[in-house]
Structures are given as C-alpha cells and as structure tokens.
Design a protein. Structure first.
Length: 310
C-alpha cells in the first residue's frame, strides 16, 4: 500500500562490478546494468523513460535503434576484405564503437555485443560500401574487376609479364590473382590505374620478340574468350553480375570496336578472327559497318590487312 503518509522504501546503491567498464552514478546505464537504485541513478532512468515515451507519442526518431542490421552489414564488409578499423575510419566513428557492435560490449555483464545504438551511428556505418576504393591496402577483396581489367589488356596484346613490370610486381603475383580470385586493395587500385592508362594504348611492337609476345598474348586471350576494353562499361566492370557488350555490335560503341579492329589488324591478327572477337559474325559484316561509318577499317583487305593498317 501507498499513501501520503507512507515512507518511501530505501534506495539501495550499488557500485559498478564490470571488469572493463566503469559506469558512473547518476546515469540510466548504472541503473539498468548495475541495478543501482540510488536517487541519482533512479532519477536519470526515470527521465530517460519519460523521453522515450514522449518520442513515441510525437513520432520522433528513436534515440536508439536495433544494432542487428548494422552488425550484419559490418560483418559483410569484413568478409569483403574491409576490416572493422577501416570501416570505422570510413564511417567517421571510433574503432571501439564498431568493436562493441560486432564483438562484445564491455558494459554488458554477459559479454554480448551492443544491442542498440544511436541512429546517426547506424546511418554512418550502413553508408559504407565495399569497393576497390574503400578496401585497405592490405585488405583481401574479390578480384572480379581486377581480372577483367587484366584480361581486357591481354585482349589488346599486353602480356602478363609486360603488365607485371609496369605494376612493379612479380609475374607470379598476377598469376596468383588468377588462381585465387582475390587481390589486395593496393594491387586492385594499381591495376585499375594501369588499365585507365593503357586501355587505348598499343603494346610495344618495334622488335620481333615484342611482336611475337603480342601475337602470343592475343591468341591466349582469344582461347579464353577475353574481350578488349571497348566492350566493357567502366561503371559495370567491377560488378560480378555484369557482362561485356558482346552482342550489341550496332550500339554507340561501334566506332570504338572498329578502332579495335584496326589495331588488331596492325598486329597481324586475322581479320575474320578479329571481327568475331569483337562481336561481328564475320569480317565482311564488320567491313560493311566500317564503310557505313566511313571508318578506315573499311579499307582493310585480307591478306594485306597489316600493311594497309600501318
């Protein structure tokens, strides 16, 4: 029973017993986790509950949201090669904030991860996306885009050894990307930069060994079905679900493909084989498109293709 003459039950004050956290009196956290019932802790917990009810009544944004979706998102980023410290850096929060969400919250006696977090923190963490740009230098990421860029350069005649030299890595480093399907963030960015610089540049062919290397690489690329840069959309090349534009030979990139055909002819590539690689059914079909567009490739005639192109 309660009444105006009833004496309020004594408040039992308790100290924080957590090994790592040091909760302070006068906070709702101390009230909830340490079960302290001193007046300051009780008052703060009461005030917090009143704020929560008021927010719910007026439809305001909650002061805390479920950390589960954020935890799953961060773990997916980790699986993609982005460590939690890198995630924290990209989101603009402290590493300890992320650690409490994915590992354990030291303020919890059961050692479980943090259950609820501030909405702003959730938004910042959920905004982080896995990509070549966000991966740490040493982070291991999916190499889909990296391999496509290397393959596209091979389809232009750039050998693996020539690319390795320009990247400043061992030849086997690029072989390992092929074998594992992964690459470090640093190497993926280096390959992208190299691709952007070489996609429309012919490989060296001044000497007989250089020309032989180009020919071998072109044959190698053809056997594997690798396509040149002109057949990849830069915005999609890193998307595992994307495909090269091998079917759309009459699109806006037809001139780029004719340029590629002209280049392949200059290396001594068979015209019919080159045309099929670029999406046409035969050299004659490609030649007709070149004539229609007034492109120099329309003047190529087999077997003198390389001489005319030169």
């Amino acid at each position: 029973m309660t009444g105006p003459n009833m004496v309020r039950a004594p408040r039992i004050a308790r100290e924080c017993t957590h090994k790592r956290a040091r909760h302070q009196h006068g906070t709702a956290t101390m009230y909830k986790l340490d079960r302290c019932r001193c007046a300051p802790c009780t008052d703060d917990a009461t005030a917090e509950e009143r704020r929560r009810r008021l927010d719910a009544f007026i439809g305001a944004e909650p002061r805390r949201v479920d950390a589960g979706p954020v935890r799953e998102h961060v773990r997916a980023l980790q699986a993609a090669g982005i460590g939690y410290r890198r995630v924290a850096e990209l989101a603009g929060v402290s590493p300890s904030t992320v650690a409490k969400i994915i590992n354990r919250d030291p303020s919890r006696a059961d050692g479980a991860p943090q259950r609820r977090i501030e909405p702003g923190t959730a938004r910042r963490l959920l905004a982080v996306r896995a990509s070549i740009d966000t991966a740490a230098d040493g982070g291991v990421i999916d190499a889909t885009g990296t391999l496509r860029r290397l393959h596209a350069l091979h389809a232009r005649g750039w050998s693996r050894r020539a690319l390795a030299i320009r990247l400043g890595v061992e030849h086997n480093t690029l072989s390992n990307i092929e074998r594992t399907g992964t690459a470090s963030g640093r190497l993926a960015r280096a390959v992208r930069a190299l691709y952007e610089g070489l996609w429309d540049v012919a490989p060296p062919s001044a000497t007989a060994p250089q020309r032989a290397a180009v020919t071998r690489t072109l044959r190698w690329a053809e056997r594997h079905g690798w396509v040149p840069p002109a057949m990849w959309n830069d915005e999609e090349i890193d998307d595992p679900a994307a495909s090269p534009a091998v079917e759309s030979v009459e699109g806006d990139d037809v001139v780029e493909r004719l340029d590629e055909l002209l280049f392949l002819a200059s290396t001594g590539e068979d015209l019919d084989r080159a045309a099929r690689r670029l999406g046409w059914g035969s050299w004659e079909t490609a030649r007709r498109r070149a004539v229609l567009h007034g492109h120099p490739a329309g003047r190529l005639r087999s077997p003198e293709a390389s001489e005319v192109a030169a």
